[in-house]
Write a protein that binds this ligand. Structure first.
Ligand SMILES: [Zn+2]
Length: 142
């Protein structure tokens, strides 16, 4: 799964949590579920650009210390395993996370599923309910 989609999904789920710790944990769990869906990945350079844009958008719109940002980080962290494996030339069959051990028939040629997941997550993140919750939180903290 594209890392930026993991970030958006984790952020949307993080907003449902009571704390940043819960948000990060739920984000990490969402990573496994999202990786199990049919998908394809991008080149590392393309993944990095999209991930930077997604995390930047989440940080700016939801707050860098928000549950949403914690959920995004938690959702992306499991892919550190993929980055380390590529850097050290470790075969996919030896990776720890089962969803990182190859596509297992879940590879698709398109991005429709990931795009749908990203758009649904964006709707949750930027929708009217999210804006109300963020305003309430800012009001309580000042
Ligand atoms: Zn992954």
């Amino acid at each position: 799964m594209i890392a930026a989609v993991h970030a958006l999904t984790g952020a949307a789920l993080g907003g449902l949590c009571q704390s940043r710790g819960q948000a990060a944990a739920l984000g990490a769990i969402s990573h496994l579920a999202a990786d199990a869906l049919p998908h394809r990945d991008l080149k590392v350079s393309e993944e990095a650009v999209l991930l930077g844009a997604a995390l930047g958008m989440i940080g700016v719109t939801q707050g860098w210390g928000s549950r949403e940002f914690a959920g995004a980080v938690g959702a992306v962290l499991p892919d550190v395993e993929n980055v380390v494996a590529r850097a050290l030339d470790i075969p996919q069959s030896r990776l720890l996370l089962p969803t990182h051990r190859g596509y297992h028939g879940r590879r698709t040629s398109g991005f429709r599923g990931q795009l749908a997941l990203a758009l649904a997550s964006l709707a949750v993140l930027l929708g009217p309910r999210s804006r109300c919750a963020n305003k309430r939180e800012r009001g309580n903290s000042s």
